[in-house]
Ligand binder design. Sequence first.
Ligand SMILES: [Zn+2]
Length: 225
Amino acid sequence: MREKMKAKRFFDIWLLLAGFCIALVVIIGLWYVLSEKLPENVGRELTGEELNEVIAANSPLIEYAYLSSNADFPRKNKIDRITIHHMAGITSLEKIGDLFAQRDRQASANYAIDINGKVGCYVEEKNRAWTSSNGENDNRAVTIEVSNDKIGDDWHVSEASICALVELCADICRRNNIEKLEFTGDTNGNLTIHSMFSDKTECPGPYLKSRLPDIAEAVNRKLSE
Ligand SMILES: [Zn+2]
């Protein structure tokens, strides 16, 4: 009898081990399949031809692109809003590309605008960027990071960046059939900001926040032209 119990216990341990091994294989397999799902053009320098493809599929205003793997491919929802951020720093398009390329940062944006008004693309519009601490918003929004031209105080932004932001927003609206951009100061409008979704951030800073009603108005003027 004791021998039988011993044999059963031995069998149970092997069964447990076999179960563990199968689970491990399934997890590794899933991880492999999911990591294989990353598009081929993320996390590396693009060729000139690939850059042209990114420009053609997104905004013609793009002058630089370095696609980040920090994104969901593809986004879940149709684009019906735009979300504005500031960089909390004076950051070049290349530098922000380096930051978004870091996997452990878990951050990205669809676009960034530098101090001179140049536009960079990091997550194509068809994909969801990790920008606003809110998946529901980012699945619907095109997110834009704007460089500051002064550090601290009201986190000022250059007029060249504001002009580029208006152009980029108008272009996004046209291509995604958004008829009007509305800044209501809350999430009811389709022009949203990071601090609406997280009380841990003041992003996009007092200066850019104060300009949002004007920015929406300027975009709408362009859309009605
Ligand atoms: Zn932000």
